[in-house]
Design a protein around this ligand. Structure first.
Ligand code: NAD
Length: 244
């Protein structure tokens, strides 16, 4: 069986470095190239004959980088956060045109995927929810991709949108970001890795679903799985749950 040829883009970053160790340790994957800022990605994809490009860069370049990976004919596995639903739809279309599979996963940790699934279940009974996401203070974008995806799933699953009252924010931003009438609060502190709480409120009760990634290696089984499963896909999927 031939190994799957993987290029890691954003290889000098925190997730890139963790992914190098994981891909090297996986018997089915072959790390054929590593790229970061100032490398010519399209050229190195061609030279290295990479079949899969794993991307952990930054939200500001996520769309541009993802599109260039697809246009080069390699299969994208995108872990970079910050892609908006309309951009995901555009990238799906690009993959379709190229007739290749792809994966975009706002969170590669299995526990986070379960947190989103349970939140979706809970939303059917508790339509009022708020999300608190907590990350290390090096994270540039807010809110996290996981928080946005969780809010989208809750909004899809609930039967009714709770009535809102006229609130007054004494300090702007106090009530967080509003994603489909679900508030998202972003916390950035040293000492954290990646954490999220989804809080539901009902009559005289609350329900909290929480997930904690305490080390970046928590994402690696999902990363390696995506690099393999993407070879069997002929469309771009959004979320690790489609591969489990
Ligand atoms: N999907 C997940 O499970 C998951 C988990 C953790 C982090 N993330 C996301 O992954 C991304 C990377 O996180 P990080 O902590 O490794 O960040 P980081 O800042 O440590 O690393 C980013 C790297 O990307 C490089 N880079 C920036 N622009 C580039 C470009 N145009 N081309 C090539 N390289 C470029 C930087 O030089 C840097 O080395 C973030 O968006 C983060 O939110 C996703």
């Amino acid at each position: 069986m031939s190994l799957i040829r993987v290029l890691i883009n954003g290889s000098k970053g925190r997730m890139g470095q963790e992914s190098i160790k994981a891909v090297r340790a996986d018997a089915e994957l072959d790390l054929v190239a590593q790229t970061d800022l100032s490398d010519n990605l399209a050229q190195i994809i061609e030279q290295s004959k990479a079949q899969v490009v794993l991307d952990f860069t930054t939200a500001a370049v996520a769309m541009e980088v993802s599109a260039s990976i697809i246009q080069s004919g390699a299969r994208p596995v995108i872990g970079t956060s910050g892609l908006l639903p309309e951009q995901v739809a555009e990238l799906k279309q690009l993959c379709k045109q190229q007739n290749i599979g792809g994966v975009i996963a706002p969170n590669f940790a299995i526990g986070a995927v379960l947190m989103m699934k349970y939140s979706q279940d809970a939303a059917r009974y508790f339509p009022q929810a708020e999300v608190i996401e907590l990350h290390h203070n090096g994270k540039l974008d807010a809110p996290s991709g996981t928080a946005i995806k969780t809010a989208n799933l809750i909004a899809e699953a609930r039967d009714s949108v709770p009535e809102t009252i006229a609130e007054k924010e004494i300090l702007p931003g106090a009530r967080g970001a509003n994603a489909e009438e679900i508030r998202i609060h972003s916390i950035r502190l040293p000492g954290l890795v990646a954490h999220q709480e989804v809080l539901f409120g009902g009559q005289s009760q609350t329900l909290t679903i929480r997930h904690d990634s305490t080390h970046r290696d928590s994402f690696m089984p999902g990363v390696c799985l995506a690099c393999k499963k993407v070879m069997e896909l002929n469309e771009l999927v959004y979320g690790l749950e489609h591969l489990l």
